[in-house]
Design a protein around this ligand. Structure first.
Ligand SMILES: Nc1ncnc2c1ncn2[C@@H]1O[C@H](COP(=O)(O)OP(=O)(O)OP(=O)(O)O)[C@@H](O)[C@H]1O
Length: 285
């Protein structure tokens, strides 16, 4: 059988806490092909960001491991770029300079100054931010900052783009525009993406596969749903599509009926941080 591009194999992690060891993940196992767009969905606190942090190399798995393109992941590296919910731009650098920071880190010695300049400009064009490249972060909107953060990641040409709720803090219209841009760019560049989201519609609209996680402690993959909607995907047409609604129902049914029944008291006792699960149940509904 052909090797997968990214393999997350039997990953488990335990965190030391004041109340003892907390097992966040156990036996998390899934694989991603090159160029695939995969979302991870699950109730708040189930361990989605922890999975992403392990793939990013920021956390070390206690059991199992991650192989990217044949190489074991054991530390952060430029082959895995992360886009966070809140843009992480350097406030004292312009839009252009923020992207340049990543480009210089990755392409130093491989691209000359002129090549770097045109590469930075190209990536800002991809996210439709070339018109504002000399602006400072405080002069642009939240959605624009998020676009710059995405350009910075794309410009590093990572093997995998890891997106932790990148649209979560945006208003509905900005969010929809940015989702469309990311889908277009991903298709054009054949980027491999892992997206963490709480939003069922977003997951179905954007993904080739949705990894649905069970509730923690010791969270694992409950089900993996393959989304076979043709691309490009157009949100207005899909809203009326039976196939789209079928996938949507599948995810909702997993969250509510199968693994979505939360034992709030037990979860609260076991959690290391204040419980947010109830909020998410409401948010998802
Ligand atoms: N560094 C840490 N130390 C102790 N516990 C941690 C640590 N990081 C995460 N956890 C615990 O692991 C569990 C999973 O956390 P994680 O942030 O991955 O969940 P999540 O699904 O991304 O949540 P949300 O959707 O609310 O962002 C939580 O119970 C959390 O308290």
């Amino acid at each position: 059988m052909a090797k997968k591009f990214l393999e997350i194999s039997q990953v488990g992690i335990e965190f030391p806490t004041p109340n003892g060891v907390f097992c966040a993940l156990r036996g998390v196992d899934f694989a991603i092909n090159e160029g695939e767009f995969v979302s991870i969905i699950g109730h708040s606190g189930c361990g989605k960001s922890t999975v992403l942090n392990i793939v990013a190399g920021l956390y070390q798995a206690t059991e199992g491991g991650v192989i990217l393109d044949g190489k074991e992941v054991d530390e952060p590296g430029p082959d895995r770029a992360v886009v966070f919910q809140s843009h992480a731009l350097m406030p004292w650098l312009s839009v252009y300079e923020n992207v340049a920071l990543g480009v210089e880190q990755v392409f130093k010695g491989r691209k000359n100054r002129a090549q770097m300049k045109s590469w930075i400009e190209h990536n800002l064009e991809l996210v439709k931010m070339d018109h504002a490249m000399h602006k400072m972060p405080h002069e642009i909107s939240g959605g624009m900052k998020q676009r710059v953060g995405i350009a910075r990641c794309l410009a590093m040409q990572p093997k995998v783009m890891l997106m932790d709720e990148p649209f979560g803090a945006l208003d509905a219209l900005t969010r929809a525009n940015l989702q469309d841009s990311v889908m277009e760019i991903q298709k054009e560049l054949n980027t491999t993406v892992i997206l963490i989201t709480h939003d069922v519609d977003e997951a179905v609209l954007m993904s080739d596969k949705i990894v649905m996680m069970s509730n923690g402690p010791a969270a694992r993959v409950g089900e993996i749903l393959t989304i076979e909607l043709p691309r490009p995907r157009e949100r207005l047409a899909l809203a009326k599509s039976d196939q789209f609604n079928f996938y949507r129902q599948q995810v909702l049914s997993f969250l509510y009926e199968k693994k979505g029944v939360v034992d709030f008291d037990e979860a609260k006792k076991q959690r290391a941080v204040p419980d947010q699960t109830k909020d998410t149940v409401e948010k998802i509904s």
